[in-house]
Ligand binder design. Structure first.
Ligand code: SF4
Length: 498
């Protein structure tokens, strides 16, 4: 039985971070190394803040966890110090809780009833409890391989090794299928490997899980592009089903602003991928922010990753631009009694490390240097803008406000303005896959694409989204594939195709 007054006894305490001066000097995770016993005692107090609500909005409803994580159950187990049972309950709904613990923006905390009233001290630190359970599980060997008891004789190819592909592969392997994951890059992990910087999540967490999956029997083939290095006829001949978890990495470009073709202007992933490869020991990135005035266009997660990367590369200045107005930093109690997430300002640890953010601004033009420098961006002209979203069509329009134009220095501009769907791929053409108008892969209610026996999950289906949705879709598609192959499935399906 939870302590209904725990939140009155203990203030909310987030995961402690390393000092800013220290962490901007390296690529290690921003969070402090804490003695495990101290961590467990502190997190136990945080878990005590959970009231075990009759209707736990943290793991149900539109604002809660798409995985259906059993949050009040494991909060109570942590409160009582039963970390092994907590690990079992956490892994019952989430294959990779350390990935979500480090990377998810926590819709569960927005859904927590304690987020409604600031006098409560804020929502339960669900993410922190989740991360501590996962760390504890690895330290005490509670995250052991779960090998299938029965082998089905069926085989599945999973194309892509991001969180959706890995979740699907692990579920299908545990259900007794022979699963091979194909990854075109030289290392496994998809966006978690080359999109997410080391300071946000150490690759050792990824390696731990990959080790567990190998021990369970999942096979991995890297440096192998499906449709090219392993052809579609070969995939069809060798496997009974195929899961496409190829992500949605077609970066949105700025095709209208004058000066876009100047040197020094890049898509965000063109900055992040080589920077992350450098961290893996692959040699210096060709797009470093060192000694440069850096402008990041776009106020989302990818922009924040560029922000922290540019800071660590030694940028002269870092400025992140957002077309939307600055949201309030706290809920406006006068205006509404309801939680305002995501309408309050989202900040990331990187925003504490220097640099600045500008809101309600748009780029009028990219300005070149002079003389020999005339082909390179050196400034941008900014003006105040207002964004109007048509409620009927969802179309966004951006209008200038006033006549004032400001010029600020810009030696490196990174466009983090979203993604437009899956990249062109031979495997999609050769399979005859139908795309949606949004550039994602269309599927039926059973996650099956226009190609018989070929399924889709994650960003490739949903469009660029949260890691927690990728894992939820990976788990769900595994259930659908299991049903397709065997006629029935006991695997959970937490979400359905939209
Ligand atoms: Fe606990 Fe908050 Fe979930 Fe209620 S909504 S069960 S207080 S985490």
């Amino acid at each position: 039985m939870a302590d209904p007054t725990g939140f009155l006894k203990y203030p909310r305490r987030d995961m402690p971070k390393r000092p800013i001066d220290e962490r901007v000097g390296d690529w290690r995770e921003v969070y402090a190394d804490v003695d495990p016993a101290e961590r467990d005692a502190d997190v136990s107090e945080q878990a005590t803040r959970c009231m075990d609500c009759g209707i736990p909005f943290c793991h149900s409803g539109s604002a809660g966890c798409p995985l259906g994580n059993l949050i009040p159950e494991w909060n109570d187990l942590v409160r009582r110090g039963d970390w092994e049972a907590a690990a079992e309950r956490l892994h019952a709904t989430n294959n990779f809780p350390e990935f979500t613990g480090m990377l998810c923006p926590a819709p569960c905390e927005a859904g927590c009833v304690l987020s409604i009233n600031q006098a409560s001290g804020g929502p339960v630190t669900i993410k922190r409890v989740e991360q501590a359970i996962a760390d504890n599980a690895w330290e005490r060997d509670y995250a052991r391989p779960e090998c299938a008891e029965v082998i089905t004789g069926k085989s599945v190819a999973v194309v892509g090794s991001g969180p959706a592909g890995l979740a699907a592969a692990q579920q299908l392997t545990r259900a007794g299928h022979d699963v091979t994951v194909y990854e075109r890059d030289d290392r496994l992990g998809g966006l978690m490997r080359y999109g997410i910087p080391e300071f946000k999540m150490s690759k050792k967490r990824l390696e731990q899980r990959l080790g567990q999956m190998r021990a369970e029997g999942t096979r991995f083939v890297t440096g192998c592009e499906a449709g090219v290095d392993v052809t579609v006829p070969r995939l069809r001949e060798r496997f009974d089903a195929v899961v496409l978890a190829v992500g949605a990495l077609n970066g949105r470009d700025d095709t209208t602003t004058p000066g876009r073709d100047l040197d020094g202007i890049h898509l965000a992933m063109d900055h992040l991928v080589p920077a992350n490869k450098e961290c893996e020991g692959d040699g210096p990135t060709p797009i470093s922010a060192e000694g440069k005035h850096v402008i990041i266009v776009g106020g989302g997660d990818t922009g924040a990753d560029c922000y922290g990367t540019a800071t660590r590369q030694g940028a002269l200045s870092v400025t992140q631009l957002d077309q939307y107005p600055r949201p309030p930093t706290e809920r406006d109690e006068e205006r509404s009694p309801w939680p305002t997430w995501p309408y309050i300002l989202r900040t990331y640890p990187v925003h504490e490390e220097g640099g600045q953010r500008e809101f309600a601004v748009g780029i009028e033009r990219f300005v070149p240097g002079t003389g020999d420098d005339a082909g390179h961006v050196r400034h941008i002209d900014l003006r105040t803008v207002r964004v109007h979203k048509d409620p009927a069509s969802g179309r966004r329009e951006v209008f200038p406000v006033g006549d004032e134009v400001r010029r600020i220095p810009a030696d490196l501009v990174l466009l983090a303005i979203g993604f437009t769907g899956v990249e062109p791929m031979r495997v999609l053409d050769d399979l005859g896959i139908t795309l949606t108008p949004r550039g994602t892969i269309s599927c039926g209610a059973d996650w099956q694409t226009s190609a018989e026996g070929v399924f889709v999950c994650g960003d490739a289906h949903r469009g660029a989204s949260l890691i927690v949705w990728a894992i939820a879709e990976g788990r769900s598609v595994a259930s659908a594939v299991d049903t397709y192959l065997t006629g029935t499935s006991e695997l959970p399906a937490p979400v359905h195709p939209t």
